[in-house]
Design a protein around this ligand. Structure first.
Ligand code: NAD
Length: 310
């Protein structure tokens, strides 16, 4: 891939940019932020890690949207993170205006790009970008489940003492309190987690996963999570630039899958060089199906709030 842009040189944007540069996922990274000089300073700082990590990727930053020109992929991390005690939906109103402005820049500067939304509430904002651009759903997707699944895997690793490398997890639905950890598809080197963990412990892990972001926010106090979110973004970029065709939970526009349409939320997708290649429909347990429906209803309510926002 030639050029990846990151909109929003905040904590998540900076962390993601550093990893993308280190991994040399592209020739050029552009960081764009509305704040004067910030993106330029961060880009320079990252570029000066090149001798340590031995990368040749060019990193540039600025506050002129033309820096996004001809990007192959635009990652959107612009927007307000929530503060302790807030839900992701509480930032909807302020972040819709930002996402609309950013979408206009993307349409003008990088009309062929894929767009990866990170800003919250990510399901609703992914929907907004899909509506505003009218682009094929393969090109517009969001990051949520990759992070939530990693959180769940790390909790399982802590609880069992096994290597996080061997743990595979799946978290679907909206990126909020109604998200759907799916223990039936969580394994330790192929062995269902129920072999190692009691039902009660699995329930506790599910609940901790649902509240994973809030747990960190309450501890960090003046910032929401950004290390694992940055790594989650990089994982999706890796799948795209290397055309790995990984099966990852992504926020995608649904067109009848899982019985839902005109909605964006977390579902298992095949992610490769053209973005979302397909959505995989799993045979969910009755309980997971029920939870997924509840989560879809919550996201739909959030999307309906968009109508009241000018
Ligand atoms: P941050 O405050 O550190 O950074 C946000 C940046 O966006 C700031 O630098 C700000 O100047 C910039 N910005 C604001 N309006 C802009 C505009 N119109 N154009 C360009 N840049 C603009 O916040 P953060 O911790 O990096 O989080 C960023 C977003 O990502 C938040 O909405 C947060 O909730 C979300 N987030 C999502 C996930 C996820 O899993 N989807 C995980 C973590 C954070």
């Amino acid at each position: 891939m030639n050029k990846i842009s990151i909109v929003g040189a905040g904590r998540v944007g900076e962390t993601a940019a550093q990893i993308l540069a280190e991994e040399e996922y592209c020739r050029e990274i552009a960081l764009f932020d509305v704040r004067d000089d910030i993106a330029e300073g961060i880009a320079l700082d990252i570029l000066q890690t090149a001798p340590f990590f031995a990368f040749d990727c060019l990193v540039q930053g600025g506050n002129d949207p033309r820096i996004l020109k001809d990007s192959d992929l635009v990652i959107v991390t612009a927007g307000f993170p929530r503060k302790p005690g807030m839900s992701r939906v509480d930032v909807l109103e302020s972040n819709v205006g930002i996402i609309d402005e950013v979408t206009d820049h993307i349409i003008a500067q990088a009309p062929e790009a894929m767009v990866l939304i990170v800003s919250n509430p990510v399901d609703t904002l992914t929907y907004r970008v899909a509506q505003k651009t009218g682009w094929d759903r393969s090109r517009i997707f969001g990051q949520a489940g990759v992070l939530d699944a990693a959180r769940m895997a790390s909790f399982i690793a802590q609880e069992t003492g096994f290597s996080a490398r061997d743990i595979t997890t799946m978290v679907l639905g909206g990126h909020g309190d109604t998200m759907v950890p799916v223990p039936q598809f969580c394994t330790i080197n192929g062995i269902p987690i129920a072999h190692f963990l009691s039902e009660e412990r699995i329930e506790a892990i599910n609940e901790r996963t649902r509240k994973g972001g809030a747990e960190i926010l309450a501890l960090r106090k003046n910032s929401s999570a950004y290390d694992a979110p940055g790594a989650a973004v990089a994982t999706m970029v890796d799948a795209i630039v290397n055309n790995r065709r990984r099966l990852l939970p992504c926020v995608a526009m649904l067109e009848g899958e899982y019985g839902e349409s005109d909605l964006a939320m977390g579902v298992p997708c095949i992610l490769g060089e053209k973005g979302i290649e397909s959505i995989v429909e799993l045979d969910l347990s009755a309980r997971a199906r029920e939870e997924f429906k509840r989560s879809a209803a919550a996201v739909r309510t959030e999307i309906e709030r968009l109508r009241d926002i000018p």
